[in-house]
Write a protein that binds this ligand. Structure first.
Ligand SMILES: [Zn+2]
Length: 366
């Protein structure tokens, strides 16, 4: 069978919910240009020409689907503020008149991305959506996220459609997806792994000892990495993901795909190039093929560099198709390596492996 990848997006993501703040205000970066840049780039290439990439429709949903993860109060407050046309819905969350409708579309697109893979309509998929979702909590929006796209899609496909039971999520956004982690913290069937830049000044969550609770013990795995992490050290996530995902045996792998670890990102402080996303995709696809018939869905989270978004997205799709990626010269860059980086990452990884030995027999062999 020819490799087939599904792309799910909507014109509204390229136009609506324009932040009411000037750059470089934090909220200004989550703008319609993010998706427009990606789709314009795709349309200028031959990506859609040979039938290996299909554009798929979004799933229409109503509030009962969002209620699988969020309180009625939260949904009502987003609607209310959208009707007014402005306001702050939580920490660093702007509202426009289109926020509620667009956030609902993002959920519908994420459901399409996951279900198209589960139903074998396509081999892999990528939802190019906004606003992002991984910080959104049950009762409140947070960190540019309104509704928790991935958590809702997983709950819908498990609880309503009964299409799947065990899902592994790998979150490569530059930030900890606290909303996803918290929602599934006691759930034994959803494995959440996050690699994220750790900023000790801000005192955020995402420590190595946050491992889940009750039946979910060992199913929440955090790999914090220091600012200025480069491609080579980022890829060490597979020293943990590979054995543990193999032991967990998911039916589907979902990538919470943020590009804010890229060296040109205005918010993140890591030094990844497009090559990290290519290598990551290569490895996670290989793992998905070994564990779950290649069932793998990417869902866009953060990433605010207008130069990195299109090339990194395009590189991932090409890698999923099994094509060689020819990167532009500006991505073939040798970035300076912090002399402390190797030791810091080795130490964090060793401590994390030591903790994970309590929950995963396979880790004893590492
Ligand atoms: Zn982020």
């Amino acid at each position: 069978m020819k490799e087939t990848v599904g792309i799910i997006t909507d014109k509204d993501f390229e136009v609506l919910n324009d932040p009411p703040y000037p750059r470089p205000y934090f909220e200004s970066f989550e703008s319609p240009l993010r998706i427009k840049r990606i789709m314009d780039y795709f349309n200028k290439t031959d990506l859609f020409e040979d039938g290996r990439v299909k554009q798929l429709p979004l799933t229409d949903i109503d509030d009962s689907v969002i209620e699988l993860v969020h309180s009625k109060y939260h949904i009502q407050s987003i609607k209310y503020l959208s009707d007014i046309g402005s306001g702050d819905a939580g920490e660093s969350v702007f509202i426009t008149k289109d926020t509620y409708n667009l956030a609902k579309k993002a959920v519908g697109a994420t459901i399409s991305a996951l279900s198209s893979v589960i139903n074998n309509d396509v081999n892999q998929s990528f939802a190019f959506i906004r606003p992002p979702g991984h910080h959104a909590l049950r009762d409140v929006a947070s960190g540019l996220c309104i509704f928790n796209n991935i958590a809702i899609a997983i709950q819908y496909l498990r609880k309503v459609k009964k299409a799947i039971n065990k899902v592994a999520i790998v979150d490569i956004d530059n930030h900890y997806g606290d909303g996803i982690a918290k929602f599934f913290y006691e759930d034994p069937d959803i494995l959440y792994f996050s690699i994220h830049e750790y900023d000790f000044d801000q005192g955020e969550l995402g420590f190595i000892f946050e491992v889940g609770e009750g039946e979910g013990l060992g199913k929440n795995i955090n790999f914090p990495i220091p600012p200025k992490t480069t491609d080579k050290y980022f890829m060490e996530l597979f020293d943990i993901v590979d054995p543990i995902f193999s032991e967990f045996k998911p039916e589907l792998i979902v990538v919470a795909c943020g590009f804010d670890g890229h060296f040109t990102d205005p918010i993140g402080n890591c030094l990844l190039t497009a090559n990290a996303y290519i290598q990551f995709t290569h490895n996670i696809l290989d793992l998905a093929k070994r564990l779950c018939n290649g069932k793998l869905s990417f869902v866009l989270e953060g990433g605010y560099s207008q130069s990195a978004l299109p090339i990194c997205s395009y590189s991932i799709i090409q890698t999923l198709l099994g094509d060689q990626v020819e990167l532009p010269f500006e991505e073939k860059i040798s970035l300076p390596e912090d002399p402390e980086l190797k030791n810091t990452i080795s130490r964090v990884k060793a401590e994390l492996i030591n903790i994970l030995k309590n929950f995963w027999p396979i880790v004893h062999k590492l």
